[in-house]
Write a protein of this length. Sequence first.
Length: 366
Amino acid sequence: MSESLSLPPELWLYIHRLAIPRTLLNAARSEDLAYVPSRDPFEKIDVQDAKSFAVVSRLWNGLAHELLYENIPVPDDSGRFDRLRTALEHPANARLVRSIRLTTFRADHNAVVLALCTQVEVICHPGNNSGSNLIRPSRTISSLPTFQSLKHVFWTESVMTSPPLRLILEAAPNVEHLVLQTPLHFELRQEDRWTLPPLPRLRRLSCLVFTNHPVFRLDLQNLTRLACSPLHLRRPDFPTLPSLQTLELYGSFLGIDFSDRLARFPALRELCYDVCNDAVPPSSEEPTHEALEQLRLYSSAQVVRHWGFIEEHFALVLLPDFPLVKRLVLEGTWDSVVLDERFRGFRDGLRKRGSRVEYPEGVVRS
């Protein structure tokens, strides 16, 4: 191990590139919908190290160019931006850009970079969490080029957002994955409730906001995976999603109503939620949801202090009217629960129903 650590950094770069191509794009292609905008996905790019690789050989020069331009943040600083713009004005460099992290403060910088990098696959707008001390952009963006390759959009809305999400989506007919979030201090005003363009290829949607976001007014017939708050499901105008296979409900102490909600997702196979929620059981008059195969229950350390939620949700799963699931996967801190004598009865009941409890995933507990 000590000998491997002494390898030159340029050799590590080569191994890294061969083993994991486009590493910083993997998160966008994964099934992890919990994108956290405060984490900078570009912070580990060491520009100076990458530049030094360019003088080693032609091969490493190509690798260094990929590392430098594959994932770029749009800088606020005018000096850094001028250098980036000069580099991207060379088409060979601009074609390497696959991921762009927009700046909140400089709409003019965003406009230039987006116009040059039309083959981008991932766009991230991290928003601004500094509260009310915001300066509105001096110039807005009214038009964008077409982004045929854009598949993933991570978007945190704010009063300073420019370009608007609407313009991004209008220019990206092939978006498949959309993650939406708003800062805690931000609330959509009535005039901000704009309409969005059709997204016929959208398959994965994560809406981590508590407002009535206009995305739910779109035609979402092809959506296969959704992450949202249980509060969204309470709205009478929440759409039926015939192709949805995975539903992930974010939030604790909110309440989940199973009485008639599953009927909106006839193809649902996996349901994920926090066990620290009140649950309304399904009605015996509702049709059996035969497609549901797996429950994924999250917990934290506080779940042990709220044993009532444990009893409530496992009793719910044992009800004759609840869909018969094959797997019940526990995620989080369940160690004290699965070893508790009070949990044995639930495990026995689930085993008799033909369900298996897994904790951690893949380790059968029943």
